[in-house]
Design a protein around this ligand. Structure first.
Ligand code: HEC
Ligand code: HEC
Length: 381
């Protein structure tokens, strides 16, 4: 809890000393109760409307009184008929939202426990400056009580579970994206989020973004951002991956598999860089930069010879990597070795009942174990 709110609460507590604690409610407990509301309501600094309106300066506010939030007609009517949010009216609304305001679109079953009701109302009051002033609860300095910053509000991470609870309590009628899905967990991804994930590029070029970049531009970028690990010419610094060379080594005992010697498709190069590089700072490159770096890797791998070469969405799928032809469809069923064999058995393959003949712990699968009691040191128990 922030200092400001602590002192505010202290001041509030002091000014209410004469009253029995339970009648006033405990704002700290109320913060816990408010987790049930967090899925739909924000309070505190910079609070915005969520599914429901923000609840700052609620006390003394006419029901349905915020101009920039779209209430139900029922809530507007309640306000026009004189409903103003105070201890009592909040208590009744939160105990039974649909009973108190027939037709409200607040999909919340209501709080059934008296102490929860009192506590959450006390908590909300700490975000109402009008009321705080009226009850003399401002901090001693006489400043307006600062609304609690959002980060100080009850655990924001609790929002999603709270949504689930709220929906369960409401009989699963909430319509906010995600809330009310089968398990009431999470929320639907936004279009921006989906777009950020949807970056795969297919060998035929499908999925490529607009853009282009030249070998020269790629060279500059590569020296700045990649050479520290992959070497100036892609030869690999230390034991970091080698990105160029290795042509003709695939049949060696230690083949050097690089983009030029092994990789079948340029789309993988583009996709890999765009998705994962530079290592530790993934997704920091623009699309044009990824085109330029891919062009430079083509150049280093002798796939293009022209330093002026520009790779773009348009000419991308014309490029063929040297080893592409050696990747073939897996048709091993037609190979003599496999073709001779019958279809693999997938069920009831053993004539006799299965029998356990050895246990890993006795088998002692750890080489060099000196344990002689039968259980190898690292054996699977
Ligand atoms: C599932 C979403 C949801 C949950 C959970 C929820 N509310 Fe609401 N709340 C709403 C919506 C939507 C409205 C607007 C109702 C209308 O226009 O009829 C609303 C309205 C309100 C209002 C009236 C505000 C005004 O400006 O007139 C108050 C007060 C309120 N809620 C408090 C709470 C509290 C406190 C809790 C938790 C105990 C809670 N709500 C839980 C969605 C929710
Ligand atoms: C901090 C070191 C580091 C930097 C900087 C870095 N990379 Fe990498 N790169 C790696 C590592 C580590 C791998 C292997 C990752 C793995 O296998 O999971 C890799 C793999 C790659 C591969 C795939 C290699 C293969 O054969 O599997 C490419 C292509 C690549 N990086 C390109 C780049 C480009 C382009 C940049 C600059 C924008 C860059 N990297 C910057 C560390 C780095």
């Amino acid at each position: 809890m922030s200092k400001s709110r602590k002192s505010l609460l202290a001041a509030a507590a002091a000014s209410l000393l004469a009253l029995p604690a339970h009648a006033q409610g405990d704002p700290d407990n109320g913060a816990q109760v408010f987790k049930k509301c967090l899925a739909c309501h924000a309070v505190g600094e910079n609070a915005k409307h969520k599914v429901g309106p923000h609840l700052n300066d609620l006390f003394g506010r006419t029901a349905g009184g915020l101009g920039d939030y779209k209430y139900s007609n029922a809530m507007h009517e309640a306000g026009e008929n004189g409903l103003v949010w105070e201890d009592e009216t909040l208590h009744d609304y939160l105990a039974d939202p649909r009973g108190a305001v027939k037709g409200t679109k607040m999909a919340f079953a209501g709080l059934k426990k008296e102490d929860e009701l009192r506590d959450v109302v006390a908590y909300l009051r700490t975000f109402s400056s009008e009321d705080a002033a009226a009850t003399g609860a401002s901090p001693v300095s006489g400043q307006e009580p600062e609304p609690t910053p959002q980060s100080d509000a009850p655990d924001v991470a609790a929002t999603e579970p709270a949504a689930a609870q709220a929906v369960a309590a409401a009989g699963g009628t909430a319509t906010e994206p995600g809330v009310g899905l089968a398990y009431g967990l999470g929320r639907r991804a936004t279009e921006d989020e989906v777009a950020a994930w949807d970056i795969d590029v297919r060998p035929d070029g499908m999925g490529l973004p607009d853009g282009s970049g030249t070998v020269g531009e790629g060279d500059m970028l590569f020296q700045e951002q990649c050479a520290s690990c992959h070497g100036v010419f892609g030869e690999g610094a230390g034991r970091w991956p080698v990105l160029a060379g290795g042509q003709g080594t695939l049949t060696d005992e230690r083949p050097e598999k690089t983009i030029g010697s092994f990789w079948p498709y340029l789309s993988t190069v583009f996709d890999y860089i765009r998705r994962a590089m530079p290592f530790g700072n993934a997704h920091s490159l623009t699309d044009d930069e990824v085109y330029a770096l891919t062009a430079y890797l083509l150049y280093m791998n002798d796939v293009v010879a022209d330093e002026e070469f520009e790779l773009s969405k348009e000419n991308f799928s014309e490029i063929e990597l040297p080893n592409a032809a050696n990747f073939i469809d897996d048709d091993r069923d037609s190979e003599p070795h496999y073709a001779a064999k019958a279809d693999p058995c997938m069920r009831d393959c053993k004539d006799t009942p299965a029998e356990i003949v050895m246990r890993a712990r006795i088998l002692d699968v750890t080489p060099g174990s000196v344990d002689d009691d039968g259980a190898g040191a690292g054996a699977v128990d």
